[in-house]
Design a protein around this ligand. Structure first.
Ligand code: FES
Length: 116
């Protein structure tokens, strides 16, 4: 087995990593925690539990290195990145992506920031 076998069943249907990283005040990059990332992750976890979405996991994450877009989250296995700044944004990701299986284009980040 190579580890790239797509026939391997996924443990979670959707695995969400929400950045809740905290940096010292005044840091040039800032942090997702100070942009409500921790509160939004707590809200998302509670909402997913309330909706009884099966095999969906909402994990807190350290810095995902896309700080300028924060607060950010990434959802696997799709590898889709979102910048969610409000509870309304989180609700939209839950309804459209996690329940509906479609990406939320207005909140989506490009797969990689352009390198210059
Ligand atoms: S602090 Fe959240 S991506 Fe870096």
């Amino acid at each position: 087995m190579t580890g790239q076998d797509s026939a391997v069943p996924l443990y979670y249907r959707s695995h969400v990593f929400c950045c809740t990283n905290v940096r010292a005040p005044g840091h040039t990059k800032g942090c997702c925690h100070d942009r409500d990332g921790t509160d939004l992750r707590t809200y998302m976890k509670a909402k997913v539990r309330q909706l009884k979405l099966e095999r969906v996991r909402i994990n807190a994450s350290g810095c995902l290195d896309r700080c300028e877009h924060g607060p950010v989250m990434v959802i696997y296995p799709e590898g889709v990145w979102y910048s969610c700044k409000t509870r309304s944004d989180v609700d939209e990701v839950i309804e459209t992506h996690l329940r509906g299986g479609k990406e939320v284009q207005r909140l989506k980040l490009p797969p990689a920031d352009s390198q210059s």
